[in-house]
Design a protein around this ligand. Sequence first.
Ligand SMILES: [Zn+2]
Length: 269
Amino acid sequence: MIQYKDEQLTVFESQLYKTTSTVIQTEDCVIVVDPCLLPFEIDAIREYVMNIKGSRPIYLVMTHSDWDHIVGAGAFPEATVIASEAFKTKNQKDIVEQAKAFDDQYYIDRKIPVIYPNVDIAVTEDSQQVKIGNTTLTFYLAKGHTDDGIYTIVEPKGVWIAGDHLSDIEFPFIYSSSKDYIDTLEKTDVILNNHQINVLIPGHGHVTCSKKEILKRKNDGLQYIENLKKAIQSNADHEHLIAPYPYKRSLIECHAENVQFLIKEMEED
Ligand SMILES: [Zn+2]
């Protein structure tokens, strides 16, 4: 279940939705991001972290509040939890219920109960930093998919954890605001200018070490949103916009949700 590994960084890939979980070890701490998704996968991540951690503290970063990303947070009760300020005010019960509904659908049992994590450090603005010894975490608000997303940059390693943005296998899933989503994608250039990025990790899909690929994903995302809006406005066909993406039999539903969301958004404008 390991998609990418080097000395400091391990990216786990779930069997479901190619969801990624990230573990970064530095001299100062162990950073765990979105541990997920199936019980045995969360167990394996927990075991891995316990094996490497020594006396270092654990920081648990939540990229956003979607149930598939918070489902394993309960496995790290000792961790210092970092998420956005907006993450704190979500309907926590609803999100836990969504996870439980999924588990019931597939008869999944969990030893570690699904909990909505309590945030210890809240991210409120772009470029906010948390320094742990020589390790620096820099956060950017990343809204649009949800209204509580964050980007996390871990330095000096140069890792960018993007949550549910900049995927190579998913077009933008716009659940909170297309304007915010575009702003979030536009931050790509700011981040690439301000930081030496060596690895980008999306919430679903594949890690990339290429700046060119990061910019391609940004542009693909922007194109999708822009073209879909245009197509809706002119009543034109838009199914071809998801042609480059895999898993179409399922993703067509997410595309349809985007269409409904954008229609509503445009009516309100
Ligand atoms: Zn997700």
